[in-house]
Design a protein around this ligand. Structure first.
Ligand code: PHE
Length: 341
């Protein structure tokens, strides 16, 4: 009997099973009612009384040994299939986390700044909350100019000094001229505010890059050449420009600049309303009154200034039809632009 028990134990020790079905077969073979261990128990009846104690113990040991063995086999198999299910493949390339894209206005702002930086301009920035002096008075706006009306400008306080949201970044030019003697060569990027009803074509805030160059003997021809260079670097070497007489309080003479429509190539389309030209900026020679109010001698120095809306340039480059898309933060729109990675 003892011999039988030992043989069975050795046999069980050696078994292997690679599928759950095979483990189940082993369980039936050893542990079921008709299994080998039960058969031993049936034989137990015939064991002489004096051996019953020892044999009984051995059979019990064998039973728990076989049960453990079968449980271990089961666990090993299910651990294996877990690993398969989670399919951890350590050789695979790591998943790239999606990163944001740069905002189209930032892309275009950087493009504009870089073109002027190549021509020797540096960046100047100033506050969005301004006073009347820097936005209007220093820039030769007459006291009754419409921009000084609440209809056009957001005023924060009206007394004792007018505090307002800047309507253009020309205020930064004033701040630089007050502190610096020429030569001055700067571009002023930033957000500006105007009291307009929000629609596809107008917003209560937008972004500008304005430029200023002051030195001895600066002429309108210098301005024209710098703007032509800008237009061709921004919109392609075939781009033409034209300057139309205009008026700004702070420049004299003043002009508005059109570029040949980059959508139809100047032939005439819906975007340029059939004219072949689209307006992109205002410019002119700095009015001597402005130089004087900022402490620069207009008898010695002259200069030019220009200013453009970044939204307008972006519309021309990327054909964004509705201005509101720039500030709605719809990721489907933003994701169309170059990744920031
Ligand atoms: N400041 C003007 C505007 O906001 C633009 C401009 C700047 C025009 C410099 C002429 C010279 O519309």
């Amino acid at each position: 009997m003892i011999e039988k028990i030992n043989r069975l134990k050795e046999e069980v020790m050696a078994v292997i099973a690679t599928t759950p079905e095979a483990v189940e077969e082993l369980r039936i073979k050893y542990l079921s009612k008709k299994g080998a261990v039960s058969a031993l128990m049936a034989d137990f009846r015939n064991v002489p009384a004096e051996q019953k104690r020892e044999i009984g113990q051995r059979i019990n040991e064998l039973k728990s040994f076989v049960t453990d063995k079968i449980n271990t086999l089961k666990e090993q198999l299910s651990a294996g299939s877990d690993a398969e299910a989670s399919s951890i493949d350590l050789t695979r390339t790591a998943t790239l986390f999606p990163v944001g894209s740069r905002h189209p206005l930032s892309i275009v702002k950087n493009d504009i700044i870089n073109i002027f930086a190549d021509m020797g301009f540096t960046i100047a920035e100033g506050p969005e909350i301004e006073d009347d002096w820097h936005v209007f008075s220093s820039l030769n706006f007459p006291p009754d100019h419409p921009a000084r009306d609440m209809q056009d400008t957001f005023f924060i306080a009206r007394n004792p000094v007018d505090v307002l949201l800047r309507t253009h970044t020309s205020s930064v030019q004033t701040r630089v001229m007050e502190k610096t003697q020429p030569p001055i060569r700067i571009v002023c990027p930033g957000r500006v505010y105007r009291n307009e009803a929000i629609s596809a074509r107008a917003h209560c805030f937008f972004h500008q890059v304005e430029g200023l160059y002051i030195d001895k003997n600066v002429s309108f021809a210098d301005l024209k050449q710098v703007l032509l260079t800008f237009a061709q670097k921004m919109f392609g070497p075939e781009t033409k420009i034209r300057l139309r007489p205009s008026f700004f309080p702070f420049t004299e003479p003043s002009a508005e600049m059109d570029i040949s429509c980059n959508i139809c190539g100047g032939k005439g389309c819906a975007f340029c309303k059939g004219t072949g030209w689209v307006e992109i900026l205002g410019c002119g020679m700095v009015d001597p009154n402005v130089l004087k109010s900022c402490g620069i001698d207009p008898e010695v120095y002259s200069g030019y200034a220009f200013g453009m809306g970044i939204e307008r340039i972006t519309n021309l480059k990327y054909r964004v039809k509705d201005l509101r898309m720039f500030s709605e933060n719809d990721v489907r729109f933003l994701a169309e632009f170059e990744s920031a990675r």
